[in-house]
Write a protein that binds this ligand. Sequence first.
Ligand code: NAD
Length: 267
Amino acid sequence: MANGLLEGKVGIIFGALDEKSIAWQTALKCHEQGAKIVLTNAPVALRMGGIQDLADIIGAEVIPADATSMEDLDNLIVKSQEILGGKLDFILHSIGMSINVRKKKEYTDLNHDWMLKTFDISAISFHKVMQTAMKLDAMNEWGSIVALSYMAAQRVFPDYSEMAESKALLESFARSFGYHWGKKSKVRVNTISQSPTMTTAGSGVKGFSDFYSYSDTMSPLGNASSQACADYCVTLFSDLTRMVTMQNLLHDGGFSSMGMEPDVLSL
Ligand SMILES: NC(=O)c1ccc[n+]([C@@H]2O[C@H](COP(=O)([O-])OP(=O)(O)OC[C@H]3O[C@@H](n4cnc5c(N)ncnc54)[C@H](O)[C@@H]3O)[C@@H](O)[C@H]2O)c1
């Protein structure tokens, strides 16, 4: 259902690894709505994933960038503006990785050096992206910056481990930096708190498929898919949501408002 919501807009999308990625689906939808995009991912992910296939479909260029490297981010944002013909209208930060989760360390026995790396990749990179874009004066007025979060920032999901703290930090950066962006150039900054989604990052969490079913049953609308999340990103990049900023927006089929769902008892 293309209706030109992003006609004339240009932006950068971080984090498309494969077809399952939320970023991949968002890139497709943004393209369908008329946007021009630069795709980026960590150099190692570019070697593993199929991002060039996505780039071919949507006619985008791919620029490698480790989102923890200020040098890479500087290069990415300078080059993107050259390719896209000017300042950016939107940025999607769709990045998450926990070494402790990957190595199956228990929450009560975490490696704190790895924890710092997790925070750097999954949360501080969002600050780094925004700081670089601001330093380069790279955003158009009324632009929109979005990152993806999860409700473990507010509530306990034991197997989500240190990613819970990463998401709390991420959401806080959206609020704090959102203030500065708003004052500077009316740019809005929000996080989307998305349902569990069957992606590479999602299914790395212990017991993910059981948890996915639990959440699906608990949510009156079921879990939100990556395509539905992509649609929501389009609305946040469009001019229809210009006054929404510094928010954590729940995109979860109703999960967060539930107390008791009898159907869960029969799972
Ligand atoms: N899948 C879920 O259940 C779920 C739920 C809520 C929120 N999210 C969030 O959505 C976002 C996207 O994840 P996804 O589920 O699409 O999984 P995904 O695995 O497809 O995407 C994660 C991306 O992060 C990238 N990445 C990792 N380290 C990086 C680095 N140093 N520099 C640049 N990129 C790096 C990976 O290459 C990958 O493309 C993440 O923030 C994730 O936490 C996911």
